[in-house]
Write a protein that binds this ligand. Sequence first.
Ligand code: TXA
Ligand code: MG
Length: 325
Amino acid sequence: MTVSLTTRLAKADGLSVAEAARVLAAGGLVAFPTETVYGLGADATNGRAVARLYEAKGRPAFNPLIAHVVDFKAAQALARFNTRAARLAKAFWPGPLTLVLPKAARCRVSDLATAGLDTIAVRVPDHTVARDVLAAFGKPVVAPSANRSGHVSPTRAEHVQADLAGRIDFIIDGGATPVGVESTIIACLEEPVLLRPGGLTRAAIEGVLKQKLAYAPSGVFGEAPLAPGMLSAHYAPRTKLRLNALRVAPGEALLAFAEPAEGAEGAEKVLNLSPRGNLIEAAANLFSHLRALDAAGASAIAVMPVPGEGLGEAINDRLARAAAR
Ligand code: TXA
Ligand code: MG
């Protein structure tokens, strides 16, 4: 498919939500804000729409998608919930948590969207625009992050435009997304396993489960790769990242956290994830700061150390992946 479409952009309101539902029903692609990052939505039950989505992102079709639904009841039509999965859903949905579960027999999500696996990733987003779109459309919507495959996830409508204009039908601009990193992914098949740290902290999940979570960062769990999308070269800006930088070298840009590192005055450009050292603020700023520093033409981006607790686990995961290219 040669993709050369007019991509319409509209502010989030009742009209644009209704338009989004019409575009989805017609097999089109709509980018919309969720609380984590912007998603690129397609009708999950329409194999052709899902194929278009893989094409627009340049995403390998063996990397399955998350089905977004409006509530727990709608999720139960797609997946089988064991006790622990139901407990997590009740505690954290709507919110930045994705559950990987056995696909329900009556699940109508296209096999292409689940890459032929017998499991499915499901999430109920906590953002008015996402929820309104899902409610208006009335069917599950698969939505990967609305970026070209391998790029940094979008936290603003302008980021989506920069990556996907001419390749998708419609973008709803709902401003900056509040959380800023993607959802936390937990596989709840037998023992719960953390597949991707994200916008919901490990501590919060362990608190509800009353157990420690095993972590499968590479996505390898038993025989089969469980989170096939967790390839290391992901979320990558073009400029090289230098992690745990304590001072800035000539020609470098600086991604600071709290008090800027030594040599910051001489940096090509400085952006601070959180001057006051707050991890929630840092997560919200991470991807837009990476995009802006990437555009600064620096020889490298020096990244100051970010503590690993709370949302720091997801921030450090994304930074490590961005540096691993
Ligand atoms: O916050 C988010 O989760 C955002 C917003 C738009 O909802 N979406 C998002 O989707 O990050 P995406 O496609 O960029 O990442 C989904 C991840 C991929 O790593 C994929 O491999 C994994 O979920 N995944 C999907 N289905 C899976 C399955 N059945 N088993 C294991 N991993 C799965
Ligand atoms: Mg993504």
